[in-house]
Design a protein around this ligand. Structure first.
Ligand code: DX5
Ligand code: ZN
Length: 216
C-alpha cells in the first residue's frame, strides 16, 4: 500500500517542508493535482512547480492531470520530473495514443475516471495501464466528502483486473481518511491519495503515519 499525500491541501509557501513531513510519516509518493480552470473549476499549478518539487523529494511524483488538451503538455510534465501521470478518460479522445506516449517516454501511465464514468470506459485500454485512478469525489477541490459508491467500484475493478490477469494497480482519490482507508485497501486499492487528511490539521507527519497504520 502506498500513501500519496495530495499537496493541494499543503501550504504552497512551505511546500518543501510539508512534503518532507509527509515523507517522514510514511508517504510513498507525492500526489500533484494539475487543474486548468476548464476541465475542472479550479486552477492550480504547472510544470515549473513540478520541477521544483522534483528537487525537494526523492519520492515518485504522481501527477494527476485535470486539464483539457493534456496531450499538448505531457512532455513538459515528463521533462519536469513526473514519475507517474494519470490522464482523465473524459478529457482525451485518443486515450490509447496518449497512454502509449507516456510509456514510450518511460513514465508510469494511469487513467483517471470521474465518479459518473463507468468502468466500461477502461475496457480497451486497461491492459496497457500501470494504474487506474478511481475518483471518489468530483475533481476540482480538496476536502470533499467521499462518495460511498466508490468502494464498490473499486471492488468491481479489482475483480476485472484479476479475471483478465492484468497488472494495473488501483489508486483512489478524494475524501480518503481514517474512516475509509482500510475498507479501500480491502477492496483492492493499493495507492491511496489523501489531501485534507494529511495536511488539514497541521501535522502531516503524524497524520500520514496514522493513515498508513490504519490502511495496513
Ligand atoms: C480532487 C483532487 C484530489 C484532492 C484530494 O480534485 O484530485 O487529489 O486533492 O483531496 P482530499 O483528500 O482532501 O479529498
Ligand atoms: Zn488528485
Amino acid at each position: 500500500m502506498i500513501l500519496a499525500p495530495s499537496i493541494l491541501s499543503a501550504d504552497f509557501a512551505r511546500l518543501g517542508e510539508d512534503i518532507a513531513a509527509a515523507e517522514r510519516g510514511g508517504a510513498g509518493a507525492i500526489h500533484v493535482d494539475v487543474m486548468d480552470g476548464h476541465f475542472v473549476p479550479n486552477i492550480t499549478l504547472g510544470p515549473p512547480v513540478v520541477k521544483s518539487i522534483r528537487r525537494a523529494t526523492t519520492l515518485p511524483l504522481d501527477v494527476h492531470l485535470m486539464i483539457e488538451n493534456a496531450d499538448r503538455y505531457l512532455d513538459a510534465f515528463i521533462d519536469a520530473g513526473a514519475t507517474w501521470i494519470s490522464l482523465h478518460a473524459e478529457a482525451l479522445p485518443h486515450l490509447q495514443r496518449s497512454v502509449a506516449h507516456l510509456k514510450d517516454r518511460g513514465v508510469q501511465a494511469g487513467v483517471a475516471i470521474n465518479p459518473a464514468t463507468p468502468l466500461a470506459a477502461l475496457e480497451e485500454v486497461l491492459p496497457e495501464l500501470d494504474y487506474v485512478l478511481v475518483m471518489s469525489v468530483n475533481p476540482g477541490f480538496g476536502g470533499q466528502k467521499f462518495l460511498p459508491g466508490s468502494l464498490d467500484k473499486v471492488r468491481r475493478l479489482r475483480r476485472q483486473i484479476t479475471e483478465r490477469s492484468l497488472r494495473a494497480r488501483i489508486e483512489v482519490d478524494g475524501g480518503v481518511d481514517l474512516s475509509n482507508i482500510r475498507a479501500l485497501t480491502e477492496a483492492g486499492a493499493t495507492i491511496l491519495v489523501a489531501g485534507q487528511a494529511v495536511f488539514g490539521a497541521g501535522d502531516a507527519e503524524r497524520d500520514a503515519r496514522k493513515l498508513v497504520e490504519a490502511a495496513r
